[in-house]
Design a protein around this ligand. Structure first.
Ligand code: NI
Length: 224
């Protein structure tokens, strides 16, 4: 059996007869990943790229193999860069797909601020639960080197579908709710900077670490 990537000009098909005959062009891309390691670290779109201002399209078939490939590549990209989450428009794909993590060390300890290893949501929908908002620090892979304090709904319900076609329906709060709101904003062409209400609370990471801002004090002062 021949193994290896297709030669230039050959394209993959899903023809089982070709697979049986050992023709490498008979592999789907997902199956070919086993032999040609097609997973990829994707280029991140940075603020100013029009894909970040566009409203992303709904995914017609969340279980399609191409979505699994996209999600695998997004996860690999996220692991490489080390962020909390990534939305498909940030890798130049204008479709409604987000991946994110909720690390235990960043949660508030509140009951619905559930830590998560890795969540993938296709076609997510968010609704606020109550009107409480809270301010917290955010950064974004598309706006490298900055941190800003952003008001978000304290508690939300989100729904969507996994790449396996399973329904997601969760009520969350705190950091978990913040990450979901940040990532889903990307699907509507919104960056966290647009959600900020006090741009004095925007800083370069280096200065932010060197001269910590007391957020509680800053918010109280702004309210007075
Ligand atoms: Ni972001």
């Amino acid at each position: 059996m021949r193994c290896g990537p297709p030669k230039t000009g050959e394209t993959y098909s899903t023809d089982p007869a070709k697979r049986e005959a050992g023709d490498p062009t008979g592999f789907t891309r997902a199956a070919a990943a086993d032999i040609v390691a097609t997973m990829a670290i994707l280029k991140i779109a940075r603020m100013g790229h029009p894909v970040l201002r566009r409203v992303a399209a709904p995914v017609a078939d969340p279980t399609a193999p191409r979505i699994k490939v996209l999600v695998a590549d997004m996860v690999e990209t996220l692991d490489d860069i080390g962020g909390a989450g990534l939305a498909a428009p940030q890798v130049h794909v204008s479709e409604r797909v987000v991946v994110f993590k909720v690390p235990a060390e960043r949660t508030t300890g509140r009951p619905l601020d559930t830590p998560m290893e890795l969540v993938t949501i296709i076609n997510p929908v968010i609704e606020a639960v109550g009107n409480d908002r809270e301010i917290g620090w955010e950064g974004c892979l598309s706006v490298p080197g900055l941190r800003g304090a952003v008001p978000r709904f304290a508690r939300i319900r989100y729904r969507g579908v996994t790449p396996e076609g399973a329904a997601i329906d969760r009520e969350v709060e705190g950091f978990h709710a913040r990450v979901v709101q940040h990532e889903c904003d990307h699907l509507d062409g919104v960056l966290y900077l647009q959600r900020m209400t006090d741009h004095r609370l925007l800083a370069f990471v280096e200065e932010w670490q060197r001269y910590p801002i007391d957020l509680a004090a800053a918010v109280t002062e702004a309210a007075e």
